[in-house]
Design a protein around this ligand. Structure first.
Ligand code: GLU
Ligand code: ZN
Length: 486
């Protein structure tokens, strides 16, 4: 199996689903998973994207057996380091007559295509240079033209069996002679990918449906390389991933960068589980599974033929479930980098920060659907006291006479408290506000919550007040009442 991204940006949702299926099938069958980077278009590919693609795959847990960093028997695995190999094959195809030099300029090709379309004929390359005489070639050369290499597609059709779509046939009237190498000798995708699939001994090609129409061209290259039909790789073209609007998922109707989801605090387990579900499930309506379970059960034969819809709300729901299921120490470890990123915790955390984060983690684990929500929930606890601010919109709610009354009563109830524990805090505040002022819990605790946590949504109030400590909690109530602390 090979995963062969063209790294011209972050890996997107569709790429990663492909990688996941490649990986899982290789693992299930005891096969080899190859990472090959299709980086021949160096105007679009940058080293940072190559590094980022490998980093994303590693983070997801999709390890490869052969690739640019680990090497392997069929390397190099960066196509930009294999240019002589492609040039060599293009030369062999020319020598054998399977390919020919084409001297047409792009403008000439476009013009003839337009004319053919007007005349109602086929609109692909018209075979103009298929049989140039030596005199014609010499004339073009004398004009200074430099030829591209084109494949000579034979008459007939190409049929192959796709594991997802069944038998697929392309008539060659729809597969015009295609360019293998540019005038400067650089290979096109169809040449490089097909040559590498053969030389790297790939047996199964899983990739997106957008590449279905390039399959007959790749098969023509396999044949030209002398590969017998029965040794062709097996294909599985995955249906498109759609956005919620039913159009192909793209930047226009959703966020496609997997790194974006990572930065927002989606777990790698969530991404793998959810992307796997876009076209496959282990059966019996099981929707939650681990990578290891997928590696044990994945089968290309069960891949869905219909396109799947990417729904970020479903992704969030799965993420919430997976976050709640984490061991508490694991959860604490996973939110810590987000707290550090937000400047709330040092790297490494101080002993006091570590104590607070561990205690507070338990309060939010049930309440967040992405790790990126942790800083907002815990800022009240981890900020330097001088930096604590109440959300300006919520602060207005503290100014009403009723709120002022509530805060005064709460301050009085808490300042006399003996043991500073959530149970005693609970008892004191309930006694003073609910029994004493005859308020409903929501009305009673809202202003207290805003005053001590700075927001209307926070971890559970009494536990939060306990963790905050007597001094800071009372100081915040005093501050909300406009009186200087102390
Ligand atoms: N490099 C191609 C792409 O990223 C995929 C090639 C393939 O899987 O055949 O679209
Ligand atoms: Zn031509």
């Amino acid at each position: 199996m090979r995963f062969a991204p063209s790294p011209s940006g972050d890996l997107h949702v569709g790429n990663v689903r492909t990688a996941l299926y490649d990986w899982a099938y290789a693992r299930r069958t005891g096969g080899t998973f190859v990472l090959r980077l299709e980086d021949t278009d160096r105007t679009r590919v940058q080293q940072e994207y190559i590094d980022s693609a490998m980093d994303t795959l590693r983070w997801l847990g999709l390890d490869w057996n052969e690739g640019p960093d680990v090497g392997g028997p069929y390397g190099p695995y960066l196509q930009s380091e294999r240019l002589e190999i492609y040039a060599d094959w293009a030369g062999r195809f020319l020598a054998a007559g399977a390919a020919y030099h084409c001297y047409c300029t792009q403008e000439e090709v476009a013009q003839r295509r337009k004319a053919a379309r007007v005349a109602g004929g086929p609109s692909g390359y018209d075979g103009h240079c298929r049989a140039l005489t030596a005199v014609q070639v010499a004339a073009y050369e004398a004009e200074g033209r430099r030829p591209v290499v084109r494949m000579r597609m034979p008459e007939g059709q190409t049929t192959f069996t796709d594991l997802v779509r069944g038998e697929v046939t392309f008539g060659h009237e729809n597969v015009p002679d295609f360019v293998l190498a540019r005038a400067d000798g650089s290979p096109l995708y169809t040449l490089a990918a097909a040559v590498d699939d053969v030389l790297m001994k790939i047996t199964h090609i899983v990739r997106g449906e957008d590449l279905l129409s390039s399959t007959p061209r790749q098969i023509a290259v396999y044949r030209a390389m002398g590969m017998p039909d029965e040794e062709f790789p097996v294909f599985a073209h995955l249906p498109y991933v759609l956005g919620t609007d039913g159009q192909r998922l793209s930047k226009r109707n959703g966020v496609v960068s997997v790194n974006w989801y990572r930065r927002e605090g989606f777990l790698q387990e969530t991404i793998c589980n959810y992307l796997a579900l876009l076209g496959w499930s282990p059966g019996e309506d099981r929707e939650s599974f681990t990578l290891a379970e997928m590696a044990a059960e994945f089968d290309l034969g069960r891949v869905n033929k219909n396109s799947a819809r990417f729904d970020v709300r479903k992704l969030e729901a799965i993420n919430g479930d997976k976050i709640r299921a984490l061991e508490s120490a694991d959860f604490t470890a996973r939110i810590t980098p987000f707290l550090q990123q937000a400047g709330l915790v040092a790297a490494p955390p101080s002993a006091e920060q570590a104590r607070l984060v561990t205690a507070a983690a338990a309060l939010i684990q049930e309440r967040i659907s992405s790790l990126g929500q942790a800083p907002g929930m815990l800022a009240f606890l981890l900020v330097d006291e001088g930096d604590f601010v109440v959300d300006p919109e919520d602060a207005e709610r503290l100014l009403t006479p009723e709120s002022v009354k509530i805060l005064q009563v709460a301050e009085a109830a808490l300042s006399g408290l003996g043991a500073w524990e959530s149970a005693t805090i609970d008892e004191a505040l309930r006694g003073a506000l609910i029994s004493g002022l005859e308020l409903k819990p929501r009305a009673a605790f809202g202003p207290v919550r805003i005053a001590v946590t700075g927001r209307r949504v926070s971890p559970p109030l009494f536990e939060s007040i306990e963790l905050l400590g007597r001094e800071r909690a009372l100081a915040r109530l005093a501050r909300a009442l406009g009186s200087p602390p102390g």
